[in-house]
Design a protein around this ligand. Sequence first.
Ligand SMILES: *[C@@H]1O[C@H](CO)[C@@H](O)[C@H](O)[C@H]1NC(C)=O
Ligand SMILES: *[C@@H]1O[C@H](CO)[C@@H](O)[C@H](O)[C@H]1NC(C)=O
Ligand SMILES: *[C@@H]1O[C@H](CO)[C@@H](O)[C@H](O)[C@H]1NC(C)=O
Length: 251
Amino acid sequence: MRLFLLLLLPLLLLSAVQIGAAAAAKAPAAAPAASNLTDLMSRKGCRTFADLLLSTGDAAKTFQDSVAGGLSVFCPADQAMKAFLPTFKNLSADDKLSLLLYHAVPVYYSADSLKTNNGVMNTLATDGTAKNYNFTLQNDGEHVAIQPTAAPAAPARITATILDRDPLAVYVVDEVLQPREIFKPVAAPAPAPAPATAAAAPKKAKPAGPDAAPADQKVADQNAAHRVPSGRWLTAAAAVALAAAAFAVAA
Ligand SMILES: *[C@@H]1O[C@H](CO)[C@@H](O)[C@H](O)[C@H]1NC(C)=O
Ligand SMILES: *[C@@H]1O[C@H](CO)[C@@H](O)[C@H](O)[C@H]1NC(C)=O
Ligand SMILES: *[C@@H]1O[C@H](CO)[C@@H](O)[C@H](O)[C@H]1NC(C)=O
């Protein structure tokens, strides 16, 4: 019985930690005063983005003036924005402004309503008539992501809520959103070559050097490599069982 409990203990602890994390994630975001939007973003992990808003044309003013009518901001986390700075500095003044305005939607979407909304959204960069500077909101009911019209090929994920109080919501995203109007779409990555094709390739195609192992040997090596993880798992499981048994004996 004791042994059973000891084996169970790590699992119980793990689920307790997970439940705690889920509860923390669900807790309503602290609601600091949103009198100054750039100050708010600076303090909550989007300092680089906020600084760019202040230093680029009337970007900060456009954001601030849009709050009253309802606004959802998706600010790139500092790490992502900093990595993007060389590319940003290379843009024309117009494109810089458009890129920044692309990170806000002139509608207030609460965190809950984001989870039930899918589809194309216009941004502050969208001009009145043209269907441009939009992005697509995607979610699986739990995680919310944004697919820009160009790079990155993978959607940007919403990683935190800075503020969610009508008429303003501010979310942190893990990528800079790159509109098709400024950046060329990224080509889909080339599929990895299938191992079967490599094995079927004629041996003559390989350079016959001292390092070149026969094709059969390479296939065998690959199979061995694939088996390693399960072996490790078994070893780890055995170690846990041994440790638990040792505790049971000592107790
Ligand atoms: C917000 O604060 C920054 C300095 O932190 C200032 O430059 C900007 O004008 C302020 N914006 C508003 C709308 O008060
Ligand atoms: C800046 O623009 C030039 C010319 O368009 C380009 O060759 C260069 O790669 C760009 N640099 C970055 C960091 O995007
Ligand atoms: C979104 O913008 C793209 C251009 O980037 C345009 O081709 C498309 O029609 C727009 N979609 C909608 C629904 O407005």
